[in-house]
Design a protein around this ligand. Structure first.
Ligand code: ATP
Length: 869
């Protein structure tokens, strides 16, 4: 038998086998036989042997007067001693071991164990003979203390063949092997176990002494019957019949409590953690301020820039001062009540009890009180499926009388299950606290946005540059706008208008009114859903423009472009100025960004017909410029500059596009909006353009598969159903949130959602910040939007071709139908859009006038003259 197999007497057995009553019967049987054998051996007297036995003495009376087990005992003991000598005593000891094993650990007594007993007896007897121990022959042991077996195997055979030393070595080894088979333990580990047991016994005694002292102290200071946490390092464990741990509940103080149960030290004792406390603001007085840190970096950058290479915006905002944190207020009342330990322990005990009533045994774990929720951890006993706890959410909610509970089974990275309940009183997480956090001030994030605090009090700072786009969704009043405001505020506090620009699309009209004059705006806040598409198209064009510039500069992306060697840039500028001087058609040197962009925008239409020499692909999540075969188009292979060369700015600002209420946009021109968003989200990251989309309508027709696939980072606020939660996060959970900033944040990389409480920034704070920014400059809107589309100016009723805004809206719908059906006819528009004949015909005429469809050819559908996708 292999050692591994032999070392397995506590053989893994099924629960049924373990719980079989026969274990106890056999256990008791073994102990009884062991007792009988021992009694028979110790009380053996040859005079008890019957006269017919060859062991009988001549003076034997035939009466049994000495042996405690009578004639049977005398016969057994006599023959055993004759055969095995004193090694016969090993038999009752082995049987005692087996009995204890059966009763205590339900260990099955294997054949290997019996073989071990035999080996021990034979080798033990032979060793006595080889070592000449107890070899005296008398009436008790007629063949000596080694018995017949020892005499023959040890004395006659082995000692003769191997000599005393050889025989001792062989027999000693055999004896240890037998012991190994019987106990299932390596001989050395037996010694170690014994030592460990002694140590444990001593520790337990010490623990009992400590707990007695502790309980005596508490009994003096606590109201009888309340719950207190288990003293540090001490746990009370009760094992039930099946060996499952049932104890470790908080100890009820009072007269009934005592320490009759054994104590153990692992696993770590439960703790009560209160992470809802705001970090004291005055501790930070000695630390460098956010604005100071970043203004220093900005000043360095401007100083290092080669003379004359600063962009117009940078020149305009050269002396721009970032807002001071003093503009953000610490709330006077954070709504925080002191932690009521006994209440928390009481709720935890209720949870444990509720689970126990469903036959689920758990040990209480840590309790963490976060700003909005408290997480109660419970540790399931071995062999319990955590899904059983997860399925009991409704029952736990009933037991704890909670409106909504959330179960994390298990908590990611832990061996416990988390049960999250809303706090009776919520604590506010002021934005200022997050913006003053070291992670925000000195962290590595390029576009840091303060989101909130998790249940453990850890600051959640996202990096928009890594995200690279964000979806925020939740029911109305759940905290989306506050979240968007926190993000905008974080960026305003960190970036000057020449470093970051916003495009805000706010069909709800009221949400972003406060930012109307913010100098960071690249376009006026867009409130008309019809114009939103134009704004998104502007973003797409800006993105393409940036790629052109990257290609010309041989840069891979926004980062490398902004950090490229400035010396090289100065040289390139000089060379380009020389070329421009030689080519009169070329752009005048010193043309500002905006006018160059406008020129590019005009040219874009011409360019649409020209086949592209390069296309933008995505490699490893990053976007770069490659040709059709996938080869990188570096400096040498960059596509040849178009007729008019673009002036390269020194640096480009980040562009953050915020769409507050996607549903409103999706109602106007869903396909176009979807395409524009998909295009931006697929490619804009490398161009320093990031998109944040918010909606209160988490439906599959608003957050479409295409949008979702391209926005991996999500924030879900409270929603009304698990279905909505799945639309946002691809999993349930958001329906259990408690609203008012309670959120699930899925960080980039698709990790597990992190439950956190969103940061709160008030309207007053936003006004103060915006005022600070406005005082330093007005927004510089990009002229090309007005020039190109004429749509961002005043809302004229009639367009240049006499099309009213109402007709324009209808036209968008017609275009969508034509795009889907890939054909255009009056009857199709009538049928699909339920238009009257006159209106449908007018639409067809306008489309023909605009050169989108060809002239009518009788009953045939019109030819579509433009690419619709
Ligand atoms: N992080 C937060 N901390 C504390 N309270 C908050 C937080 N976020 C939101 N609230 C509370 O919830 C209210 C509603 O928040 P908010 O306006 O952001 O909701 P919303 O989801 O944008 O609603 P709607 O979609 O109707 O605009 C706020 O007025 C505020 O009282």
């Amino acid at each position: 038998m292999s050692r591994a197999a032999a070392a397995r007497p506590p053989r893994a057995r099924s629960t049924d086998e373990k719980e079989s009553p026969w274990n106890d019967v056999f256990g008791i049987g073994f102990l009884m036989v062991a007792c009988l054998l021992l009694l028979a051996l110790i009380s053996y007297d040859p005079r008890d042997m019957p006269s017919w036995s060859f062991l009988a003495l001549s003076e034997s009376s035939g009466e049994v007067t000495h042996n405690f087990v009578g004639r049977v005992g005398a016969l057994m003991a006599g023959h055993m001693l004759w055969l095995m000598g004193y090694a016969a005593y090993l038999l009752p000891f082995s049987m005692t071991w087996f009995g204890v094993c059966k009763l205590h650990s339900k260990i099955r007594v294997t054949r290997a164990a019996w073989l071990g007993v035999a080996i021990m007896i034979i080798s033990g007897a032979a060793l006595l003979e080889v070592q000449n121990l107890l070899t005296e022959r008398d009436h008790f042991t007629p063949l000596g203390g080694s018995g017949g077996l020892g005499f023959v195997i040890g004395g006659t055979l082995l000692k003769h063949l191997l000599g005393k030393a050889g025989a001792t070595l062989l027999l000693g080894t055999a004896y240890m092997g037998g012991l190994f088979l019987v106990t299932g333990q390596h001989p050395l580990s037996v010694i170690q176990n014994i030592r460990a047991e002694i140590t444990r016994w001593k520790t337990e005694r010490e623990a009992q002494r400590l707990i007695a002292e502790k309980l005596a102290e508490e009994a003096a200071s606590t109201v009888p019957g309340t719950l207190t946490p288990v003293p540090e390092g001490l746990r009370k464990k009760k094992k039930d019949k099946s060996g499952e741990i049932r104890g470790d509940t908080p100890v009820a103080t009072g007269p009934a409590t005592n320490m009759e149960l054994p104590l153990q030290f692992e696993p770590p004792p439960p703790k009560i953690i209160d992470s809802s406390v705001s970090r004291a603001h005055d501790d930070r007085s000695d630390k460098p301020k956010l604005a100071e840190v970043w203004e220093k970096k900005r000043a360095q950058k401007i100083e290092q820039a080669p003379h004359g290479s600063l962009g117009n915006l940078t020149k305009l905002f050269k002396d721009y001062k970032l807002p001071s944190m003093e503009l953000l207020k610490w709330p006077e009342d954070t709504g925080r009540a002191p932690t009521n330990t006994s209440e928390l322990l009481g709720i935890q005990a209720t949870i444990v009890k509720a689970l126990a009533s469903f036959g689920i045994t758990v040990e209480p774990g840590d309790i963490t009180r976060g700003p909005a929720i408290t997480r109660y951890e419970v540790r399931p006993v071995d062999g319990l499926r955590v899904s059983r706890i997860a399925n009991l959410d409704a029952d736990i909610a009933r037991a704890t009388r909670a409106e909504r509970i959330n179960i994390l089974a298990p908590i990611p990275g832990k061996d416990t299950v988390g049960i999250e309940l809303a706090n009776s009183e919520k604590t506010i997480v002021p934005l200022r606290e997050l913006l003053e956090d070291d992670v925000f001030v000195n962290g590595k994030a390029k576009l840091p946005v303060a989101l909130g605090k998790d249940v453990y009090g850890k600051t959640i700072i996202g990096d928009l540059a890594i995200m690279p786009h964000l979806l925020v969704a939740g029911a109305t009043g759940s905290g989306k706008s506050v979240c968007i405001n926190s993000i905008v505020t974080s960026l305003i506090c960190r970036f000057a208008p020449d470093e970051l620009r916003f495009i805000m699309i706010d069909p709800k009209v009221v949400e972003m009114q406060s930012y109307e004059e913010l100098p960071h705006l690249a376009l006026p806040v867009v409130t008309d859903p019809k114009k939103a598409l134009l704004a998104l198209r502007w973003v797409v064009k800006e993105m393409e423009n940036r790629y052109q510039i990257f290609a010309q500069e041989g840069c891979r992306n926004f980062e490398t472009f902004n950090n490229r060697n400035r010396k090289r840039k100065a040289e390139a500028d000089a060379a380009r100025a020389a070329r421009n001087a030689a080519a009169p058609a070329a752009t005048k040197a010193g043309v500002d960004d905006a006018s160059v962009s406008a020129a590019f925008a005009k040219e874009a239409a011409e360019e649409a017909a020209v086949p592209k020499t390069a296309e933008v692909g995505t490699v490893d999540g990053d976007t770069d410029l490659r040709d059709a075969s996938g080869t990188w188009l570096g400096d040498s292979q960059a596509p040849a500059p178009r007729k008019q060369e673009v002036v390269i700015p020194d640096t480009m600002p980040y562009i953050v596009v915020i769409v507050d209420e996607l549903a409103d946009l999706m109602q106007t021109a869903p396909a176009d909006i979807e395409v524009a968003i998909a295009r931006i989200t697929q490619m804009a990251r490398a161009a320093g353009i990031h998109l944040i989309v918010a909606t209160q309508t988490p439906r599959a027709d608003v957050i479409t598969g295409v949008i979702k696939a391209n926005i991996p980072t999500r924030i879900a606020f409270q929603v009304s159903s698990a279905l909505d939660s799945r639309v946002i996060l691809d999993r349930k959970g958001a329906e259990n949130l408690v609203g008012k900033g309670d959120m699930l944040y899925v960080p980039p990389g698709g990790a597990q959602p992190v439950r956190s409480q969103g940061a709160l920034v008030t309207d007053d704070e936003i006004h103060a910040l915006v005022e600070h920014c406005v005082a330093q400059g007005k927004p510089v809107f990009d002229v090309k939007v007005d020039d190109e589309n004429g749509e961002f100016g005043d809302d004229d009723d009639m367009g240049e071709d006499g099309v009213s805004s109402e007709e324009q809206e209808c036209l968008e719908k017609c275009l969508e139908v034509i795009r889907q059906e890939k054909k255009a006819s009056t009857s199709l528009l009538q049928r699909r859009l339920r238009l009257g004949y006159g209106k449908a015909a007018r639409m067809i005429d306008i489309l023909e006038d605009r050169g989108i469809i060809g002239p009518g050819e009788g009953a045939k559908p019109r030819e579509i003259l433009v690419q619709m996708d």
